[in-house]
Design a protein around this ligand. Sequence first.
Ligand code: THU
Length: 127
Amino acid sequence: MYQRLVAEAIKARNQAYAPYSGFRVGAALLGGDKIYSGCNIENISFGATCCAERVAIFKAVSEGIRDLKVIAVASDSLGTTFPCGICLQVMTEFNIKKVIVSDGGGGYREYTLDQLLPFTFDDINSS
Ligand code: THU
C-alpha cells in the first residue's frame, strides 16, 4: 500500500547532504494530494543539521499544506531507521498519523505516531 511513498523516500535519499556522518536519509510525505520529499542536510556546526523528515514537513507546510497524512523514511542502514524525537514532535504538531519505515531492502513497516511517541508534549497551559 505504501510502496510508492517508500520508493519516493529512497529516491530522496540520493539528495542527502551528509558529508560529516556519511549517513543518508530520505523522506516522502503525503500532504494534501501531493508527495513532498526531503533529505537530511548537515552542517559543519552539527546542531544546524536538519533531518530528512523535517525538511519534507517544512516544505509542505511552507507551501500552505497542513493536511499531512503519512510519512515514509529510508536511510542507508540495513536495519530500520526510526525518526528522531525532534521529528516525532514535529509530526505530532501537524497530526501526522502514520510513519512508514523502510527496511533498506524495499520492504517496510508501518507504525502509528502514538506507538513511536506515546507521551508527547502537547500542553503548555496546564501548570
Ligand atoms: N537523520 C535523519 O535525517 N533522520 C532520522 O530519522 C535520523 C537521523 C540524519 C541526521 C544526520 O544528518 C544523520 O542522519 C546522522 O544522524
